[in-house]
Design a binder for this molecule. Sequence first.
Ligand SMILES: *[C@@H]1O[C@H](CO)[C@@H](O)[C@H](O)[C@H]1NC(C)=O
Ligand SMILES: *[C@@H]1O[C@H](CO)[C@@H](O)[C@H](O)[C@H]1NC(C)=O
Ligand SMILES: *[C@@H]1O[C@H](CO)[C@@H](O)[C@H](O)[C@H]1NC(C)=O
Ligand SMILES: *[C@@H]1O[C@H](CO)[C@@H](O)[C@H](O)[C@H]1NC(C)=O
Ligand SMILES: *[C@@H]1O[C@H](CO)[C@@H](O)[C@H](O)[C@H]1NC(C)=O
Ligand SMILES: *[C@@H]1O[C@H](CO)[C@@H](O)[C@H](O)[C@H]1NC(C)=O
Ligand SMILES: *[C@@H]1O[C@H](CO)[C@@H](O)[C@H](O)[C@H]1NC(C)=O
Ligand SMILES: *[C@@H]1O[C@H](CO)[C@@H](O)[C@H](O)[C@H]1NC(C)=O
Ligand SMILES: *[C@@H]1O[C@H](CO)[C@@H](O)[C@H](O)[C@H]1NC(C)=O
Ligand SMILES: *[C@@H]1O[C@H](CO)[C@@H](O)[C@H](O)[C@H]1NC(C)=O
Ligand SMILES: *[C@@H]1O[C@H](CO)[C@@H](O)[C@H](O)[C@H]1NC(C)=O
Ligand SMILES: *[C@@H]1O[C@H](CO)[C@@H](O)[C@H](O)[C@H]1NC(C)=O
Length: 606
Amino acid sequence: MTSRMKLHLMLLLVAAVTAVVEAQQFTFSSPTPTPVTQQTLQQVAASLQLYADPLPQMPIVYGFSTEGGNPVSTNLTIGMYPTNWKFHQDLPPTPVFVYGTSAETATFPGPTIIARHGVPLYVKWENHLPDLHLLPTDNTISVANSTMGGVPTVVHLHGSVHPPQSDGSAFAWFTRDYKEVGPKWTQTTYMYPNIQPPGNLWYHDHALGLTRVNLLAGLLGAYIIEKPEVDDPMDLPSGEDDDLHLIIADRSFNSDGTLYLNSTGNVPSIHPQWQPEYFGEAITVNGKAWPFLNVARRRYRFRILNASNARYLNLSLSNGLPFYVIGSDASYLAAPVETQTILLSPAELADVVVDFSNSTTPCAELLNSAPYPYPTGAATTGTLLSKVMIFHINDIKVFDNSTIPEKEVDYANVTMPEPSTTTRYIVMYEYTTPSGGVTHLFINGLRLEDPVTETPKADSTELWHVINLTPDNHPLHVHLGMMQAINVTEIVGYQQFFNCMTQLNDSVKCNVTDHAIGKTLPIPEYEKTWKNVVKIEPGYMTSVVVAFKIVDTNQSYPFDSTAEPGYVYHCHVSSSVLIYIYTNTLLFYIGPARLVVFELKKVRNY
Ligand SMILES: *[C@@H]1O[C@H](CO)[C@@H](O)[C@H](O)[C@H]1NC(C)=O
Ligand SMILES: *[C@@H]1O[C@H](CO)[C@@H](O)[C@H](O)[C@H]1NC(C)=O
Ligand SMILES: *[C@@H]1O[C@H](CO)[C@@H](O)[C@H](O)[C@H]1NC(C)=O
Ligand SMILES: *[C@@H]1O[C@H](CO)[C@@H](O)[C@H](O)[C@H]1NC(C)=O
Ligand SMILES: *[C@@H]1O[C@H](CO)[C@@H](O)[C@H](O)[C@H]1NC(C)=O
Ligand SMILES: *[C@@H]1O[C@H](CO)[C@@H](O)[C@H](O)[C@H]1NC(C)=O
Ligand SMILES: *[C@@H]1O[C@H](CO)[C@@H](O)[C@H](O)[C@H]1NC(C)=O
Ligand SMILES: *[C@@H]1O[C@H](CO)[C@@H](O)[C@H](O)[C@H]1NC(C)=O
Ligand SMILES: *[C@@H]1O[C@H](CO)[C@@H](O)[C@H](O)[C@H]1NC(C)=O
Ligand SMILES: *[C@@H]1O[C@H](CO)[C@@H](O)[C@H](O)[C@H]1NC(C)=O
Ligand SMILES: *[C@@H]1O[C@H](CO)[C@@H](O)[C@H](O)[C@H]1NC(C)=O
Ligand SMILES: *[C@@H]1O[C@H](CO)[C@@H](O)[C@H](O)[C@H]1NC(C)=O
């Protein structure tokens, strides 16, 4: 061996040792000896016996207490803890970061918080996480930088109407014991007024540039706003055994049980680690891979939350039973919608009733047929990714006085607003390397640090035309406002419009009204109510009514929605888990005098 070869060998060894040390920084256990490939991840997933673990339900934490029979405000403390979670009987315990009222009770996902309409809830969010993250992170995206060690975190209650100081601004992050805080951090305790229509929310991490990894690590949980005057007359299934969450999340596991996240970016010369989307090889529900649930022959309410980073779900039941969709992510429908399939984007929730009483089969698999990325990516059909969980249906018919109501809640119907309505064009497009690798995603060509461009007024309703020029469907999420899509129209002359937009960044100058003239897509009946996530179809203009007020009562916010640090809107592909969540972020921020200013946040590719 020449000395030159020896030198090379030594350098290789040094590199290997460095790689091992680096890998160790991110995992609690020793590194996997063989290189991880998609095939090895698929093998680990395939080694997990289907439908072996029972479906757990997360602990319930009440967001109110009672005094003399009346609900009153309460204060909770919820922490983020490092712990080990068993995702499957055949998989070693997985190091995760999760929420709980204590280290011992922390779960993946975190506890379900049940709040009461009109009763404010105070939550002190505490960070008990270690110095190092358990997943690889990337400093080349806009990221919360802690210089003293610790994992930056901040909590956003998704879908909630609350003051900006409690919104979980990406810049209001904090590390363990608030040792270090982000530039917009103001307080340890958040206030949730619970003044919006009853419905389904969820809480999750929202730290700048880390949302995707913090969510992947397990920082998410469900939140319900109950309003007995509205909920009870419908006689929906409402007991502990028949009103259940199904929180679906895809994850990839190494054979030692650790979570896998690719530590190499898709364009590593620009972003060494970041990739625009994350797709896991195993489907978990309530923290178990492919679980089972024993059900009686009766009706069940399932609040199905897609907490994946980027995977869309097109759900159906294998024995042909329909879903009766009773609510969207944010509110009840006017009446249940019977459907065989439901399409859920990441971060979207469907509230459904399933009636097992007349099932002709002893079991029903919950199946997923959405390609990934949605809608033009790889097919799931025939793979493990087409399976979610199974229901084993008992023989015995049980007493069931719940109903699928004929009528639910008739919120005012949304129609195309008058021409005088404030109208905005919001265009999402990706930038790629010459070979097609995605490097970042912008909204109207603007970056996070660019000045505020949108200033909706509190109490107003606006029309947003959201145009998706990327190849993938993107879930749009606006903080504070509630939304309904009213029109989905194809962009004609796509390439010309795209070329113009990437140069001028201005839809009007690019003659958008000459392009948004193609075929229209129907809006599913089960989405015709107030929502907090709207799917934005690629190649189409989706017109969305956005209300900055309490939608059921038409009242103003009882707090100053114009205060710092404002709110954001963004796309919720988090696996991008949420990487991207902040990616297309428009921060809307509040300037003087009750103006909600959208600070155009860009979409940095986090
Ligand atoms: C709950 O927290 C809020 C905000 O920190 C505080 O003002 C209030 O006094 C607390 N209430 C109780 C009962 O501790
Ligand atoms: C975070 O730190 C890295 C490395 O010091 C730096 O490259 C990056 O610009 C910083 N990002 C932000 C948003 O401060
Ligand atoms: C990780 O990303 C790199 C770069 O995109 C890719 O070549 C590799 O196949 C990925 N690994 C897995 C396991 O997906
Ligand atoms: C679930 O949400 C994740 C992102 O949060 C998304 O990637 C995935 O496609 C969604 N799946 C379904 C079925 O909606
Ligand atoms: C969902 O899957 C069904 C078949 O199971 C298919 O007919 C339907 O078109 C799919 N929906 C979407 C939105 O892809
Ligand atoms: C189930 O069967 C009973 C009796 O055969 C019938 O009355 C009822 O309508 C059926 N329910 C559903 C949901 O099909
Ligand atoms: C249904 O039955 C249960 C148990 O008997 C009872 O507590 C509940 O009030 C009943 N609900 C309705 C809507 O009748
Ligand atoms: C909304 O429209 C439906 C029919 O499309 C109608 O039945 C309902 O009464 C309307 N609701 C309101 C509040 O106007
Ligand atoms: C459009 O946006 C891109 C990306 O931010 C920028 O490089 C370009 O200068 C912008 N063009 C105009 C005309 O503003
Ligand atoms: C949807 O938008 C298209 C194109 O602007 C328009 O022709 C159509 O009338 C709109 N439909 C509704 C229901 O507003
Ligand atoms: C927009 O339309 C006007 C009027 O037809 C035309 O003069 C202009 O060149 C068009 N702009 C672009 C970017 O195509
Ligand atoms: C809602 O309130 C606004 C004033 O904030 C008023 O102009 C509008 O007419 C109200 N709408 C309804 C449906 O009551």
